[in-house]
Design a protein around this ligand. Structure first.
Ligand code: B12
Ligand code: SF4
Length: 578
């Protein structure tokens, strides 16, 4: 059984691939765990041994012919295309096409298949193309269902579509994600992953997750999480990306964190965690403190936008901008690095409002790393479904649904303007002056400066130098001449290799310059005797009673009347006169 997590194509049609990737694939680990269970239970009969190979294409070259040969030599088998997102779908289809040509059975699963089947009234043409190639599709979650798929494929009776969307498996005591050490070590920092739960109670209209994994919190037990940590520790892996979209809404967060704290503090496991949380997590008593004690040193926060109108428009009502600073400072007090995602292209956004908002963030919010995304109608989301049903044009090329392209029209900005705004945003946030401010804030808060420096280098350079989003970044880009998108010509070696050398040298020199510049900034900050007492508006925890933060004032007329919202000066004055 060969498990492949496909990557996707760059604009020249080459696979985005690195010597080392920076983030692990939890989909791959989840499916690996499930197939390993089948192998252990001899799901194909007592005489049939199942051998498993797992590859993340972001860090490994996929040799289709060699894999097909090994499958044949082993007496049969199949290829699983794992966790295929919409942007990875064209690449997955190309891999599937090559395996099918060699008569190898292929099954594909992941968010593109699940999202489309969950939300669209009919099968889209690209999924039909897969079926026409003889690729089988799996929609839904595979816990408890993998053995059935393997048996069907082995018997030659596989269904064209496996559909399990309305029957979400329980997570308690479910088989857990795991990967062999050799796969994990291809990720820089040797991070592995697990999902401690699935499902999110909120209703953001751009989100696919709630339509595939549901809105009910399903979670693993503390015992399961301990088993995951111990199994990985046996492979000398103790760093984890916990992939719950919103760990703060995992109803079992506290027992899980308590157990991790015990493993760290009592049993000496050197656990490190990256978590994803929402902007209200600081309101949960003890959550941030326990997360830090459990080993969390980095946290991804779905800030999305600071304009309440934009947030309301996408049903992200839970984001209360007047609490952002308090939440960020709460993490900072625990010396946890904060990453915030910022979405560009909400209906009321213009180049001017976006530029203004980024400047406000720099000045007033103590975020370390800010990353930008296009508002994208991802297949599987309510936004995509609505546009599809209304017949609004959307880019037909799924390779572009990577949150780095404008995939549909914007009411106020042309595609060119929107693209300009996205490119400008990285440069606007990561100015040398602001990088210095972030480093000063880190030193003043006791956060390891070297860690912040490394992150700033990657996030400042990835989109601008490599042309890929930092979430897809890796170390040392590979471009294989022959791994080109289906339909694009394989370039003559005499043209390809000189181009590749120039391309490599250009990119490498830009990285060297950036690293040197940022190191100098860091050295300057560290040499400053007053660095530890640095203070600015973003670090100020207290807004005097009756006063609003400056950035809250900017949006005063857009803040909805919800519980806890700051009272607008005009409304307060009116109340006083009554
Ligand atoms: C962790 C994560 C990442 C990680 C790791 C990727 C990974 N897949 O593990 C990183 C940070 C790298 C990442 C990056 C991106 N991500 Co992401 N990510 C997630 C997240 C939060 C969890 C993934 C996960 O582990 N899920 C749990 C697993 C078990 O679910 P699963 O993948 O669906 O797999 C199950 C089934 O589908 C099925 N299955 C899957 N494959 C197969 C194969 C076979 C043969 C079978 C039988 C069954 C089967 O069984 C599995 C077990 O039940 C999801 C949201 C979510 N809740 O899933 C977003 C999500 C997958 N990401 C998304 C996006 C858009 C991205 C980015 C493009 C964003 C960006 N600009 O950076 C990049 C892409 C870059 C890349 N190279 O991957 C979208 C995809 C939506 C879509 N329609 O494409 C999601 C759904 C979030 C969202 N915004 O809606 N991501
Ligand atoms: S909070 Fe995150 S996971 Fe939950 S619905 Fe919104 S975008 Fe989706």
């Amino acid at each position: 059984m060969v498990l492949i997590k496909p990557s996707h194509y760059d604009p020249d049609g080459y696979v985005i691939q690195w010597m080392r990737s920076t983030l692990p694939s939890n989909s791959l680990a989840s499916v690996y765990g499930l197939v390993e269970e089948c192998a252990h239970n001899r799901a194909l009969g007592p005489d049939v041994e199942i051998e498993i190979e797992a590859y993340d294409e972001c860090n490994t070259i996929i040799d289709v012919a060699a894999m097909a040969k090994r499958i044949r030599a082993g007496g049969g088998g199949m290829v699983g295309l794992i966790g295929v997102q919409s942007n990875q779908y064209p690449r997955a289809l190309d891999l599937g096409r090559q395996f099918r040509r060699l008569d190898v059975p292929v099954v594909m699963g992941g968010f593109h298949v699940s999202g489309c089947i969950a939300m669209l009234p009919e099968l889209p043409a690209d999924l039909q193309e897969a079926l026409d190639l003889g690729i089988r599709l799996f929609a839904g979650e595979a816990e408890g269902r993998m053995a059935q798929v393997l048996r069907d494929v082995a018997a030659g009776t596989g269904k064209p579509i496996y559909k399990f969307l309305n029957d979400l498996p329980e997570m308690a005591a479910a088989v857990y994600p795991i990967l062999p050490r050799a796969v994990v070590t291809r990720v820089a920092g040797h991070y592995s992953s697990f999902d401690a739960g699935r499902g999110c109670p909120f209703q953001c209209s751009f989100c696919t997750i709630i339509n595939v994994q549901g809105r009910k919190s399903r979670y693993r037990t503390a015992d399961d999480v301990e088993a995951i940590v111990r199994a990985n520790a046996e492979r000398d892996i103790t760093r984890f990306f916990v992939t719950d979209d919103n760990f703060a809404r995992n109803r079992n967060w506290e027992p899980i964190l308590d157990r991790l704290i015990q493993l760290r503090e009592r049993d000496g496991f050197k656990i490190r965690l990256m978590l994803q949380v929402d902007t209200l997590c600081h309101r949960i008593p003890g959550f941030i403190e326990k997360a830090a004690r459990a080993g969390c040193n980095a946290v991804f926060i779905g800030l999305e936008n600071i304009n309440p109108e934009s947030l309301m428009g996408t049903k992200k009502r839970q984001n209360k901008i007047w609490e952002y600073r308090e939440m960020l400072l709460a993490w900072r007090r625990q010396k946890v690095v904060t990453y915030a995602g910022y979405i560009l292209g909400f209906p009321t956004d213009t180049p001017e409002t976006i530029a203004r908002d980024i400047e406000i963030i720099k000045k007033e919010l103590p975020i370390d790393v800010l990353e930008f995304f296009y508002l994208t109608p991802l297949p599987g989301s309510e936004d995509h479904k609505n546009l599809h049903l209304r017949g609004v044009p959307m880019d037909p090329d799924m390779n572009k649904y990577d949150l780095e392209h404008a995939c549909t029209e914007h009411p106020l900005m042309s595609k060119a303007t929107w693209t300009g705004v996205y490119n400008d945003a990285w440069g606007r946030y990561y100015t040398d002056a602001h990088v210095e401010t972030i480093m000063r804030r880190a030193v003043a808060s006791g956060i390891t400066p070297k860690k912040v420096l490394e992150l700033l280098i990657i996030f400042a350079g990835s989109a601008r130098i490599e042309g890929v989003h930092p979430l897809q970044f890796g170390f040392i880009r590979r471009k294989l001449r022959t791994q080109r998108r289906y339909g694009m010509p394989v370039v003559n070696p005499l043209v390809f290799y000189p181009w590749r050398v120039i391309d490599f040298l250009k990119v490498a020199s830009q990285w060297l310059l950036l690293v040197r510049r940022y190191r100098r900034i860091m050295a300057r900050v560290e040499a400053d005797p007053g660095a530890a007492s640095y203070f600015d508006e973003a670090l100020n925890p207290h807004t005097a009673p009756g006063q609003a933060d400056h950035f809250v004032e900017v949006f005063a007329d857009k803040i909805p009347h919800t519980h806890g919202a700051p009272v607008r000066p005009a409304a307060a004055a009116a109340a006083a006169t009554v």
